[in-house]
Design a protein around this ligand. Structure first.
Ligand code: SF4
Length: 330
């Protein structure tokens, strides 16, 4: 799901370092958490919530939401920050898109986030599987907001186009870190390439998608570098930003250089909004998909996507037909 970087040598002392009081991971004690868990298990789905050891699982699953990770649980990349395992991936499961759609339906999701491991073993990087999953979700969940969090597809425009052809409402691709630290944190990804992917995705659908990106803080970046990354994202037409604290999943991963205080996160949020982002989620436990539904794309973007879906029918139909139209494949 993310790009790669070398795993660091073990540093047990740093890993055991006391976390500050504002990093609190709660334990599940809510029935909704267990029903989300059992539904995910029943449908044999993978979530980034579990695979990336997200600290918000109690909260998100307890609220009946989760982020689905398609195309397996083994990533072809080895990011220095990411807990998803690196291994030769299994074959794609052709019924996975339908199972994700069923989960969205049974969970009554109004907003779904779909991500994937990086599949550099596949020519299309898993783009077709993304497309089919978006279509399957739309088929059975009329009106749902579909957000994708994608890898860079090795800069293959035709693969990116496949995803955009399915018309997600929100296209998310994370910068993960500032430019200087990118080779350390994401060795096979490139900062500029990620910016270009974000811009191209929007251009491919004539601007009719909301683009979003995220940066982890606490990896040793300087404040001026964070502000520069914000400017770079804005220059590439990204309007939604997430900022969260990097937490080291295991001693083999990159160490935390700094725990950023919540007040500092609040300040970054204000700076981001002042600079021109439409929405910014910023806080120690913010992740790409944390409270994702808090951001709803602009009405004109939603209308344009609906119009595209409608135009495929070649008919003049009214809003009452939208649920039907949204079941049509594009
Ligand atoms: S923040 Fe995202 S990845 Fe983490 S538990 Fe919530 S939905 Fe899952």
């Amino acid at each position: 799901m993310s790009t790669c970087g070398p795993k660091m040598k073990m540093d047990p002392q740093l890993h055991r370092e006391q976390k500050p009081s504002w990093i609190k991971v709660r334990l599940p004690n809510n029935p909704a958490f267990w029903s989300t868990k059992s539904l995910i298990t029943d449908l044999k789905l993978v979530t980034v919530c579990e695979e990336a050891q997200c600290p918000n699982r109690w909260e998100c699953w307890g609220q009946g939401t989760a982020t689905f990770m398609i195309a397996g649980d083994k990533c072809t990349r080895a990011c220095g920050f990411c807990a998803v395992k690196t291994a030769k991936p299994d074959a794609l499961e052709s019924d996975e898109p339908a199972r994700v759609a069923e989960a969205a339906s049974r969970m009554n999701l109004k907003h779904i986030v779909i991500t994937a491991v990086a599949r550099d073993d596949l020519k299309d990087g898993g783009a077709e599987h993304f497309r089919e999953t978006i279509r399957a979700v739309r088929e059975v969940n009329a009106g749902i907001i579909i957000e994708v969090l994608v890898p860079d597809f090795n800069d293959r425009d035709w693969a990116l186009q496949m995803v955009m052809d399915a018309r997600p409402h929100i296209f998310n691709h994370n910068l993960e870190t500032v430019e200087r630290l990118t080779p350390l944190v994401r060795s096979r990804a490139k900062y500029q390439r990620s910016l270009t992917v974000l811009k191209k995705a929007k251009q491919m659908v004539n601007g009719n998608v909301s683009t979003k990106s995220g940066i982890m803080l606490g990896l040793g970046e300087r404040q001026d570098e964070i502000l520069k990354a914000m400017d770079d994202l804005l220059e590439h037409d990204v309007t939604v930003l997430t900022l969260g604290q990097y937490l080291r999943p295991t001693p083999k991963h990159l160490p935390v250089v700094e725990y950023i205080h919540p007040d500092q996160f609040a300040e970054y949020k204000q700076i981001a909004l002042d600079k021109g982002f439409r929405h910014c989620a910023s806080g120690p436990l913010v992740r790409s998909s944390y409270h994702a539904a808090d951001f709803r794309p602009e009405l004109d973007v939603l209308d344009a996507i609906e119009a595209d879906l409608r135009s495929l029918t070649g008919l003049e139909l009214g809003p009452e037909h939208l649920p039907v139209l949204q079941t049509l494949k594009i």
